[in-house]
Design a protein around this ligand. Structure first.
Ligand SMILES: [Zn+2]
Ligand SMILES: [Zn+2]
Length: 152
């Protein structure tokens, strides 16, 4: 709890220094992103907060997320046709993704910086970042498929 409060405070400080006005909606969206850790879509955030902000639209949520992204606070993760998911940037981490339900879970692992160095050397690209994702079946989906098997 104290950890997420510090994260929220730091995020608000970052917004202040970049000259972004902190509205109650922005405050609530940031707080939600820090607390959920589920990599929500703009739609998920909208649904979670619409009772608090009846005048808010999904487009407003999306615009605020773009402001946060430009301030370097959140990362937008795109997956083909699916809606973008948003990740509050804490430290470098990788993602494990459930192939059945699409859930994304963070895990920490030392950054694979050598990959970037090798890529730069081999291709002469100027490398900015890399993305690595691990796929599998989450515990909940494993339990579900076990239930199906025992029912048969
Ligand atoms: Zn799953
Ligand atoms: Zn993440």
């Amino acid at each position: 709890m104290a950890m997420s409060e510090t994260q929220l405070k730091n995020a608000l400080d970052t917004l202040k220094t970049t000259g972004v006005r902190i509205t109650p909606q922005r405050h609530a969206i940031l707080e939600y992103l820090i607390e959920t850790m589920t990599h929500p879509t703009a739609d998920d955030i909208y649904k979670a907060l619409e009772s608090k902000f009846p005048n808010m639209s999904v487009a407003t949520v999306y615009n605020n997320l773009r402001v946060f992204r430009e301030a370097g606070l959140v990362k937008e993760l795109t997956y083909g046709d699916n809606a973008s998911r948003f990740d509050f940037i804490t430290s470098k981490h990788y993602h494990v993704i459930c192939s059945s339900c699409g859930k994304i879970v963070d895990f920490h692992y030392p950054g694979l910086d050598e990959v970037e160095h090798v890529a730069a050397q081999v291709t002469n690209f100027e490398i900015n970042s890399h993305r690595m994702e691990i796929y599998g079946t989450c515990p909940e989906c494993q339990a579900k498929s076990e239930e199906v098997k025992t029912a048969l």
